[in-house]
Design a protein around this ligand. Structure first.
Ligand code: NDP
Length: 486
């Protein structure tokens, strides 16, 4: 059986306490690997390696840092197929998705920040008339912690690690225990690409053990976390008294607002994708679909018809559009929400059942599910399900659409379909979300800020925002000549 190991100080090691966890292939419902159940001692070892590597790495020239990060990007690209196969096996996602989205984006994350750091500048402020010049030093923080979830494993792991390293920090990172395989393979790539030992340390284990040990470590200066809102709140409570810098990318319950004047065919195709890509397990999926009343019935018919055509199947099959959800526990949670929806008066328009895939009968497959709801405040429309389940509801006009969209505790992303520029502009301004897409979805330029409002998170990553997060700004004030202090 495959033995996934920690990557500490450039060396692959088992857990100090000798205990291991099972890793399950969700497409088969079978254990395929074992994983260190690391504890505080492993995090301490990783921290020491990162602290020892920090002086040299933070003083490494930008072209050299950039070169090493670019080599990692190249090697991820070269290993596209084995990495995509590993991601698909670990997560249950269609191989085609891992090949076209997850792994290319992991490479793009390293390539982007390898370039971005060479363009990152800080400000200077001349205090005119006093012969004083201020300039801002942006210095790396030291050892930082990166904790990532299971839905887009390597994609989100690298989204944090690449800017942290580019900015000159050294890292202790923990991927989700549910999907550790590609981060394990990344350790091997980093060694081959010449990343000095100790600069990146990857420690596997449970969130409330290894993850918690990162968050509570007194010398780890910042935590970049992506995961559930409940875990994020716990991390915020734990880290706040230690005055750590925090970036929290949390859950979502994103509205998809469809106006009668939209480009209907483009909207329809994209809405199927924004509902069910990655089995609906993307924090940015549009899980609440609101449709203008005049096109509601037409949309309902067309959408359900398209959704029923989606092929649920084994991740590696080229025809598969919807793979397995990530775990048995997660499948059970999604099913409980489908049941709740009906108890709350929702109407099941399609889906709702398990799918038995030939030769993969024990895997965790669910039909893409569409539910018509009557009450925007029902739990199914308010709580994050994070699976292949969307709700439909009509709205009357722009004001009604806005009110319904914002009436939720989350504020990650929103999508608007309209040809009316005035509607689009007003909604862009008034929607409570960190990201608004107009006539598109999941269209990401890596230079743009990314993050959520309300219970969807605190802080922004992406582009220079990430480099700002992973550096401390220090103002240096110099007076020269006979300058007088004002
Ligand atoms: P979790 O919050 O359960 O876990 C996220 C990570 O945190 C995992 O590595 C987990 O470890 C770890 N963790 C759990 N408890 C602790 C703790 N006490 N201290 C430190 N680390 C801990 O989220 P999921 O993995 O279930 O991911 C799904 C969630 O992520 C959804 O809510 C989704 O919306 C959100 N998400 C948000 C995104 C965004 O950009 N806003 C993007 C993608 C997902 P382990 O799994 O090993 O227990």
């Amino acid at each position: 059986m495959l033995e996934i190991r920690n990557y500490i100080n450039g060396v692959e090691t088992g857990p100090g306490n000798g205990t291991w966890l099972d890793v399950i292939n969700p497409a088969l419902g079978e254990v395929y690997a074992k994983l260190p159940r690391s504890g505080e001692a492993d995090i301490e070892t990783a921290y020491k390696a990162a602290a020892a590597a920090f002086p040299t790495w933070s003083d490494t020239t930008l072209p050299e840092r950039s070169r090493i990060l670019s080599s990692i990007a190249d090697m991820i690209e070269e290993q596209l197929i084995p990495l995509a196969e590993a991601e698909s096996k670990d997560n249950g996602k269609p191989l085609s998705l891992a090949l076209s989205v997850d792994i290319p984006r992991a490479s793009a994350n390293f390539r982007f920040f390898a370039h971005a750091i060479t363009q990152f500048a800080s400000e200077a402020h001349e205090s005119v008339g006093t012969q004083t010049m201020n300039f801002t030093l942006r210095q790396p923080l030291g050892v930082v912690g990166c904790i990532s979830p299971w839905n887009l494993p390597l994609y989100l792991f690298t989204w944090k690690i690449a800017p942290a390293l580019a900015a000159g920090n050294t890292v202790v990172a923990k991927p989700s225990e549910v999907t550790p395989l590609t981060s394990y393979l990344l350790g091997k790539i980093c060694t081959e690409a010449g990343l000095p030992k100790g600069v990146l340390n990857i420690v596997h284990g449970l969130g409330n053990e290894a993850g918690e040990a990162i968050v509570t470590h007194p010398q780890i200066k910042a935590i970049s976390f992506t995961g559930g809102t409940k875990t994020g709140a716990h991390i915020a409570r734990t880290a706040a008294p230690m005055f750590k810098k925090l970036s929290l990318e949390l859950g979502g319950k994103n509205p998809n607002l469809i106006f009668a004047d939209c480009d209907y065919q483009k909207m329809l195709a994209t809405t199927v994708r924004s509902s069910f890509a990655n089995q609906g397990q993307i924090c940015l999926c549009g899980s609440r679909i609101f449709v203008q009343a005049s096109v509601y019935e037409q949309f309902k018919k067309d959408f359900v018809q398209r959704v029923q055509q989606l092929v649920v199947g084994a991740p590696e099959a080229s025809t598969t559009q919807v793979g397995a959800v990530v775990s048995e526990a997660h499948r059970d949670k999604i099913e409980a929400y489908i049941k709740l929806a009906q108890e709350e008066g929702g109407i099941l328009l399609c889906g709702g059942n398990r799918v038995s895939v030939p030769d993969f009968e024990q895997g965790y497959y669910l039909e893409p599910t569409v539910i018509e709801v009557k009450d925007n405040q029902c739990r199914v429309n308010q709580e994050e399900i994070f699976g292949p389940v969307v709700t439909l509801m009509p709205f009357t006009d722009e004001a009604d659409a806005l009110e319904k969209a914002n009436a939720v505790r989350y504020g990650l992303s929103a999508t608007v379909w309209t040809q009316n520029i005035d509607t689009a502009m007003r909604l862009s301004k008034n929607l409570e979300a960190g990201v608004v897409w107009i006539n598109t979805w999941l269209n990401r330029d890596l230079r743009t800020p990314f993050g959520g409002t309300k219970d969807s998170g605190v802080g922004r990553e992406g582009g220079f925002e990430a480099l700002r997060f992973f550096t401390e700004a220090k103002n240096v004030c110099i007076q020269y000549g006979n300058g007088k202090t004002p």
